[in-house]
Design a protein around this ligand. Structure first.
Ligand SMILES: Cc1cc2nc3c(=O)[nH]c(=O)nc-3n(C[C@H](O)[C@H](O)[C@H](O)COP(=O)(O)O)c2cc1C
Length: 395
């Protein structure tokens, strides 16, 4: 036990030394290297290469190393690093100019918000607003933080994230682990005015009964109203018992009635979107679509993770894990659902999420009727190069 702790401390120390060395080297290059001719040349190369060299670097060198370790450990360590790196504004600014070609950005105007490009970071990746400026640096045109609940909660026991490399997928059963709305309000305040729209994904604590859900969602909306550009009501996570039952007509009426009423007290009207599960039956979909029209719901996020395990090739020890499946196997399912809802509700903006691993995947979602897209699993499998490719999409 003591030996393990020692090993852990040494590893932690080595990690710190490594990150500090990388940072210092970067500072030297940024501060003193700008006179060297090779710096602009490297920048030009990075900006102009169609298939970014970073994608290749990530998939061939970085990902194989990361995938040796526990998924949640890797996620936590990387988000912590991102959080440290973003605290150097010079670093984020410099790196962004290296990664993103501003002239290729095609802004989209939706809900009175300007999205500099069509790609966002999906909910669940930065649940606690740890590294907002880092995501901006990578080129995301919007970021959805959360799921945020009224009170902090630890989520489900570990392990709760599983990689399925053979299927380019992930199964998770996180269970809304987050620091709670008060702590998250402080972090959003600290992040300051943010250059791209911020979304807040709202969930409810595990112990809150479905009848009390409107009050729980309302508490988060009110607490975070001034920090967000838009809100997303998450009633589609499979990892909180009975949460998906809130996709029923009466439950949705109660929640959206409360939230739409809440926002009347604020000067600025902010959109409140609904995120749906891809596992809804045809009858449920029709019912939800009718309700979206009746309640004038501002927009939809399609879709959350699926419980369906059809077609997986990974070993049973992985594919039979409890939780929501994301990534490749979700791609066409969520695209078809976007197409269906867009046909029924052409005037309602949709954010497409599910299995985007390339520009082509994103373009499919846009062609099906989405106005924006978000990535989570594709970001894990393809790395930051994917963000750059999607941010430069000319659609
Ligand atoms: C580990 C993990 C945690 C997630 N947490 C949330 C969450 O808190 N709220 C939410 O609405 N969606 C959450 N999602 C779903 C993603 O936002 C996204 O909708 C889904 O993974 C499909 O996109 P993808 O195939 O690009 O991953 C989570 C997904 C993963 C993999």
């Amino acid at each position: 036990m003591t030996l393990r702790r020692l090993e852990f401390t040494v590893k932690k120390l080595l990690r710190e030394i490594l990150i500090q060395s990388v940072l210092s080297a970067w500072w030297v290059v940024c501060d003193f290297g700008s006179g060297f001719a090779f710096i602009p040349a490297v920048c030009e190369f990075w900006k102009n290469s169609e298939k970014h060299s970073m994608s290749l670097l990530y998939t061939s060198l970085i990902r194989p190393v990361l995938f040796q370790y526990d998924p949640e450990l890797v996620h936590d360590v990387l988000v912590n690093w991102a959080s440290k790196l973003q605290s150097h504004p010079g670093f984020t600014r410099q790196f962004r100019t290296l990664l993103i070609d501003e002239t290729r950005q095609k802004p989209v105007r939706l809900w009175n918000l300007t999205f500099p490009n069509r790609v966002g970071l999906a909910a669940g990746f930065d649940k606690n607003v740890q590294a907002p400026w880092f995501w901006w640096m990578l080129g995301f045109g919007h970021i959805e933080f959360g799921g945020v609940t009224q009170f902090p909660q630890p989520g489900n026991p570990l392990p709760r994230i599983f990689r399925l490399p053979a299927d380019k997928a992930i199964i998770n059963r996180m269970g809304f682990n987050n620091d709670g709305m008060e702590e998250i309000a402080k972090r959003l305040e600290k992040a300051g005015p943010f250059p791209v729209p911020v979304g807040i994904n709202i969930g409810k604590n595990k112990w809150v009964e479905n009848d009390d859900a409107p009050a729980a969602y309302s508490a988060v909306l009110n607490q975070l109203y001034n920090f967000a550009g838009f809100f997303v009501v998450n009633v589609s996570s499979p990892n909180t018992p009975n949460l998906r039952k809130l996709q029923d007509k009466e439950a949705l009426k109660a929640i959206f009635g409360t939230l739409q009423n809440d926002r009347e007290q604020f000067q600025i009207r902010k959109p409140v979107l609904l995120k749906l599960a891809p596992d809804l039956s045809e009858r449920q979909r029709e019912e939800v679509a009718g309700l979206v029209r009746d309640l004038a719901i501002d927009g939809l996020v399609i879709s959350n993770t699926t419980l369906d395990r059809a077609g997986l090739t990974s070993p049973g020890s992985l594919s039979s894990q409890t939780g929501g499946l994301s990534g490749r196997p979700l791609r066409s399912k969520s695209t078809e659902m976007i197409r269906q809802f867009h046909t029924w509700l052409p005037e309602v903006p949709i954010i497409g999420s599910g299995g985007i691993f390339s520009v082509q995947d994103a373009e499919e979602k846009l062609a099906a009727g989405a106005s924006l897209v978000q990535i989570y699993t594709g970001f894990i499998y393809q790395g930051p190069g994917l963000v750059r490719e999607l941010a430069g999409m000319q659609v």
